[in-house]
Write a protein that binds this ligand. Structure first.
Ligand code: NAI
Length: 343
């Protein structure tokens, strides 16, 4: 008998509970042995307890070291600091792995199979920002400080290189802007090249590219890349670009991997414009659940889930509105479960 695996579940805000429900239904159909501890965060946390990241949620993840998370709302400009960023910091989730694979043929780009590893804790996202008041204008100047460390670069690069080998990737591309931010992103490039020479030479090819050229080449000819590894801000932007290559945010999963925990989520946000309508596409979170199954050493269940998603979308042609279909979340989930059950 399989022992159950304790895991924290955060349904999240907006469409979160809808796509989490769909994902739990699929995981139940697979008989995935997760024992869920449901917790709140984001806007839900603020409404329930005045805290976007309540202590009980942190304690739960501290004990399970594993979580599946719906999107969490963050106000733009003022308001509370992103619970996602705080979760990454709290559990030192230093690597964000975002695979992008074409599932539905016939889109603008065919046969995309690309991985991005984004550094998740450093760079311009550390939140050291302030305004400078001049002549009565409190917001006359906006300033932000970026920090990259040798150790921080090295651990995410090691994670990326090890993942490249495990996934049979042939080439890893370091993405940087070391021509302009010579120190901040130069350190990342330098550390990557040194690490490769030290430990990884010959195991895969390593090259590097400036982020703006990378963005252009991803649109002109994405097939020239195999795995990209980059700093926090560039990774955030490029991973959304890559999600666009495979049909949009509704298809893009992400894993936040760290020394203290791993948190799996969809790349997209809480989609307030469609929340509560029952029409959200749960595929990204389902693919994140497949990554979680891989992470917990259940690759057969992960493969069954991915196959069932493929079949539902491509053989049954059951698709949600964002993919040009007419199915709502419930209809998609029903068709998916039928496929999981061998239908
Ligand atoms: P968003 O990703 O929520 O939505 C962008 C567009 O994509 C919207 O039109 C939305 O309807 C659509 N969309 C997103 N996911 C979809 C799905 N599964 N099925 C169908 N359509 C989908 O981005 P937005 O509007 O900029 O952010 C909304 C909130 O989400 C913000 O508070 C933001 O901070 C938060 N957010 C949270 C993330 C997380 O928890 N990991 C990631 C990104 C944003």
């Amino acid at each position: 008998m399989t022992t159950s695996i304790p895991a924290t579940l955060i349904p999240g805000d907006g469409i979160g509970p809808e796509i989490v429900d769909a994902t739990l239904t699929a995981l139940d159909a697979l008989k995935a042995p997760f024992a869920w501890d449901t917790q709140i965060a984001g806007l839900g946390g603020v409404k329930a307890s005045g805290d976007p990241l309540p202590k009980a949620t942190l304690d739960s993840i501290r004990s399970t070291r594993l979580a599946l998370k719906g999107p969490l709302e963050t106000p733009s400009g003022g308001g509370y600091r992103s619970s996602n960023v705080r979760l990454r910091e709290e559990f030192q989730l230093y690597a964000n792995l975002r695979p992008a694979r074409t599932i539905i043929p016939g889109g603008r780009f065919e046969k995309i199979d690309l991985m991005i590893v984004r550094e998740n804790l450093e760079g311009l996202y550390i939140g050291h920002e302030h305004y400078v008041r001049i002549d009565g204008d409190p917001h006359a100047v906006g300033m932000a400080t970026g920090i990259n460390t040798r150790q921080g670069c090295r651990r995410v690069l090691e994670y990326a290189f090890d993942t490249a080998i495990a996934a049979g990737r042939k080439k890893v591309t370091l993405v940087h802007k070391a021509n302009i931010m010579k120190v901040l992103t130069g350190l990342f490039l330098e550390t990557g090249e040194q690490l490769y020479a030290e430990k990884y030479k010959g195991k895969f090819e390593l090259d590097s590219i400036i982020v703006d050229a990378c963005a252009m080449k991803l649109v002109l000819n994405p097939w020239q890349f195999d795995m990209l590894v980059t700093t926090n801000l560039f990774g955030d932007i490029l991973s959304d670009l890559v999600a666009g290559l495979v049909g949009g945010l509704g298809m893009a999963p992400g894993a936040n991997i760290g020394t203290d925990a791993a948190i799996f989520e969809a790349v997209h946000g809480s989609a307030p414009d469609i929340a509560g309508k029952g029409i959200a596409n749960p595929t990204a979170l389902l693919l994140a659940a497949a990554m979680m199954l891989d992470h917990t050493k259940m690759p057969e269940l992960a493969a069954r889930l991915r196959t069932a998603i493929d079949q539902t979308l491509n053989i049954d042609n059951v698709r949600t509105g964002d993919l040009g279909g007419t199915a709502n979340t419930a209809a998609f989930t029903k068709a998916l479960v039928a496929r999981i059950n061998g239908g």
